[in-house]
Design a protein around this ligand. Structure first.
Ligand SMILES: Nc1ncnc2c1ncn2[C@@H]1O[C@H](COP(=O)(O)OP(=O)(O)O)[C@@H](O)[C@H]1O
Ligand SMILES: [Mg+2]
Length: 378
């Protein structure tokens, strides 16, 4: 019988699960937030993932429930698990990707290296943290942030006043996350896939470049990653996946410091932008791997197929005309480039697609990937 995967959320991550699902002969269904979303071609239902009845009805006809994002509330997830629905990643793991304070506390228990941090419930507590950390720090809203929204570098507690006001108005109360401002030399990401029955594989650690809080480029594997650095990143990824009981794809965002330490920034329990290169550059792409993992099927080889892969995000798209208008030009000029678009309307800064080039010379691959992506940008 055909295995059926249900994906909650209709964004581009759900969309990019569709092709490998078709190739593997799986049935994929998407619960989309609205009509016309990125993954609408597999959307069998449109509805609100906050509503238990809606998600329950969607889950009834699938063998496993997984996600395009981390926002399905814990009570909804727990109710489904109690009713016998296979939910991967499950709520016990997912809580650590839903709340950065909960994550920091658990990673401390696991002995993972991370920036100095504190839960700050008031401006006074934030000021005390600032005073202890040279007068500058990063403040984050623990829940719901993405692409740098919910992250602020501050040098005075007053700069987070609006967030403390919002906290005071939130019935759940709680605190903000204060972190030491890490003087990193670069950002890295480590991906791991894990099956419910325990099999686990690690991808090579990659370098990510963010601009304005948004991932702009990924180079895989991370250049100049010494054996020690790569091994440490892998150890962190495997320890977190096992320690938190993650099922499916896990991405661990990391900071590398000048003294070659690696610190954990945050976690994502789903396919991740830092792994888009795997579609064209690895033996098993992360979207296929996620499907295999959540279905508890044997995992695929996570090694690169070529020496280097460079992935460039297309943000916003062309000011005039559509992305599609640029296709022919990119294809003509860059036959090596693999073009991925998400069926989303271009808006400034919005992730609407990406371009990947793979090959054996890093300078050449990076140059071509950037040149191909630039066609879409201007
Ligand atoms: N403690 C920190 N020190 C320095 N830079 C940070 C710190 N935390 C986050 N950043 C920067 O902000 C970006 C977004 O922060 P992150 O916690 O990953 O939020 P998001 O959930 O929006 O991705 C990071 O990729 C990094 O560039
Ligand atoms: Mg991040």
């Amino acid at each position: 019988m055909t295995m059926r995967v249900g994906v909650v959320g209709g964004g581009q991550l759900a969309r990019m699960m569709i092709a490998p699902a078709v190739e593997l002969g799986l049935e994929i269904r998407v619960l989309a937030e609205q009509e016309g979303m990125s993954a609408s071609l597999a959307a069998t239902q449109v509805g609100d993932y906050l509503d238990l009845e809606t998600v329950r009805a969607f889950a009834r006809d699938v063998d496993v429930l997984t996600f395009d994002h981390e926002h399905v509330p814990q009570p909804v997830l727990r109710a489904l698990v109690e009713e016998g629905v296979a939910v991967h990643p499950g709520p016990d793991a997912l809580q650590f990707a839903q709340d950065k304070l909960v994550m920091r506390a658990r990673l401390a228990e696991l002995g993972m290296p991370q920036p100095d941090w504190a839960a700050v419930a008031s401006a006074d507590e934030l000021q005390a943290f600032l005073d202890d950390h040279g007068g500058r720090a990063v403040v984050k809203t623990p829940r719901g942030g993405y692409d740098g929204k919910g992250v602020r570098v501050v040098s005075a507690a007053t700069e987070a006043e609006d967030w403390f006001t919002a906290l005071a108005e939130d019935a759940r109360g709680g605190a903000l996350l204060a972190e030491e401002l890490v003087d990193f030399t670069r950002e890295l990401a480590q991906q791991v896939a894990r099956r419910p029955s325990g099999q686990i594989v690690a991808y090579p650690v990659v370098e990510t470049v963010q601009r304005d809080g948004v991932c702009a480029e990924v180079v895989a594997p991370a250049p100049r990653a010494t054996g020690r650095l790569a091994a440490e990143a892998e150890r962190i990824g495997l320890t977190i996946a096992e320690g938190l009981g993650v099922t499916g794809m896990l991405a661990v965002e990391l900071f590398e410091t000048a003294d070659e330490r690696v610190l954990v920034n945050e976690l994502a329990m789903r396919p991740h932008n830092s792994g888009h290169w795997t579609q064209d550059g690895a033996v098993t792409g992360q979207f296929e791997q996620h499907l295999r993992a959540v279905l508890d099927l044997p995992l695929g080889d996570a090694r690169p197929r070529e020496a280097w892969s460079v992935m460039i995000n297309v943000l916003g798209g062309p000011a005039d005309g559509s992305l599609e208008d640029r296709f022919a030009a990119v294809m003509a000029d860059h036959p090596r480039a693999k073009i991925h678009t998400y069926g989303k309307a271009p808006r400034p800064g919005r992730k609407v697609g990406h371009v990947t080039v793979v090959g054996d010379d890093l300078d050449d691959v990076a140059y071509e990937a950037r040149a191909a992506a630039a066609h879409f940008a201007d």
